[in-house]
Design a protein around this ligand. Structure first.
Ligand SMILES: CC(C)(COP(=O)(O)OP(=O)(O)OC[C@H]1O[C@@H](n2cnc3c(N)ncnc32)[C@H](O)[C@@H]1OP(=O)(O)O)[C@@H](O)C(=O)NCCC(=O)NCCS
Length: 367
């Protein structure tokens, strides 16, 4: 059976299959054209002499080892001949060529045929999604490790940042919630932590949060916090030219350092490694990790994520930055696999390769 990548000439035929296959939540011709052009997606089709019979659409998540099976449909006249199974095999093999090892997808709870197809090819249910679809129907999120099976932890806390500058508070909130089940993930909490932890300025726009600021915010909520950083100079200052902004950054950073010292928050100055991170995870710490987003979206922005777990091949992160424009639902931001090699490169920010992590433990102040 042969498959080829779709071209924009296929859009009318793709839309006809879509119309026939789905009662709602359909891909529009515009979305089809977008996915055909994008370098972050692959749309494969199969045809016979009469025209298109089936398609499969996979979206890639740059810098990570994760892909998302966004849609698959077979024309009614061609169903039940093993076409979907073969398309799926093909798309998975192509994804592996791109270094992808995990495929995720969502399926309606009542789509027995599709659920059977996925589960019989090795997909596992990882989360129930009540009210996920346009018409209020529930769905399932499924995942497959494309080389071996892997178990995804159930019910990991997730919080998507609601402003461009609150990745740090959002990552911290997820980590605190994982240590204290009653901890509320609210927007006010996100903004309050930012106000406590911000560097005020960054290259452009509002400042993000520094490791010291986040550690103080965690401690203020009754958690134990410690900091690892590669050097003690003022974080993020190298990208800021304006002298007034530089001075503010210095002032805030000095104040954070003094307050951390006064609060007994330990700061270790070292180039930590994947192995030291692994040891900290093993001893039960939650780790907030500063990464450069360059490998994910080609922006060299500093960004905080929660490093949830690691195994021999991958680190798994909860990334609070859900990018709607990339059609990235929160599903792609939970427990995202990143190869250890990528992780080592990602956690060095800027020209001076600044590294920072905040280690959180304890159970928090009683609520
Ligand atoms: C789901 C769909 C893609 C399956 O396509 P297909 O080419 O008919 O599937 P295949 O012939 O490859 O069948 C794969 C397996 O699933 C089973 N299967 C397929 N449709 C089924 C159904 N409606 N009920 C029960 N089992 C079904 C087949 O028996 C086969 O199992 P087997 O290999 O053990 O015999 C197709 O029915 C479709 O396009 N549906 C509408 C769109 C849709 O729901 N897409 C999935 C969104 S998540």
């Amino acid at each position: 059976m042969t498959f080829r990548l779709a071209t924009s000439a296929d859009v009318p035929a793709l839309s006809a299959i879509e119309e026939e296959a789905f009662p709602g939540d359909r891909l529009t011709p515009r979305r089809f054209r977008h996915f055909i052009r994008s370098s972050h997606s692959e749309l494969w089709v199969h045809e016979d002499e009469k025209g298109l019979l089936a398609y499969i659409l996979v979206l890639f998540h740059r810098g990570t080892s994760l892909a998302r099976l966004y849609s698959i449909a077979v024309a009614a006249r061609a169903r039940g001949r093993g076409l979907a199974r073969q398309l799926l095999n093909h798309a998975e093999a192509q994804a592996m060529l791109r270094g992808v090892f995990f495929m995720r997808l969502e399926v309606r709870d009542d789509n027995e045929g599709a659920l059977y197809l996925y589960e019989s090819t090795g997909y596992r249910r990882i989360r129930f999604l009540p009210g996920y679809y346009e018409d209020g129907s529930a769905g399932w999120r499924l995942e497959k490790h494309l080389s071996t099976m892997r178990v995804v932890p159930q019910e990991l806390p997730f919080y998507g940042q609601t402003t461009p500058f609150t990745c740090g508070p959002s990552a911290l909130m997820m980590a605190m919630r994982s240590l204290q089940s009653g901890f509320q993930l609210s927007r006010l909490c996100e903004l309050n932590i930012w106000r406590e932890a911000t560097t005020i300025y960054l290259t452009t726009g509002h400042g993000g949060c520094s490791a010291q600021g986040l550690a103080l915010a965690a401690q203020a909520r009754g958690f134990d916090a410690a900091i690892w950083m590669s050097d003690e100079s003022v974080p993020f200052i190298e990208g800021v030219r304006n002298e007034h902004k530089r001075e503010v950054l210095r002032l805030v950073s000095d104040d954070f350092s003094h307050r951390c010292e006064g609060a007994g928050i330990s700061s270790e100055v070292s180039q930590f490694t994947v192995e030291t991170l692994r040891e900290a995870l093993k001893s039960g710490h939650r780790i907030l990790l500063l990464i450069s987003t360059y490998r994910m979206n080609r922006n060299k922005a500093p960004h905080w994520v929660w490093l949830v777990a690691m195994d021999e091949d991958f680190a798994y992160i909860n990334d609070p930055d859900v990018d709607d424009t990339l059609d990235q639902a929160a599903v792609d931001n939970i427990y995202v696999p990143v190869s250890l090699e990528n992780l080592a490169a990602m956690c060095q920010y800027g020209s001076r390769r600044y590294m920072a992590a905040v280690l959180i433990s304890g159970t928090g102040r009683p609520l």
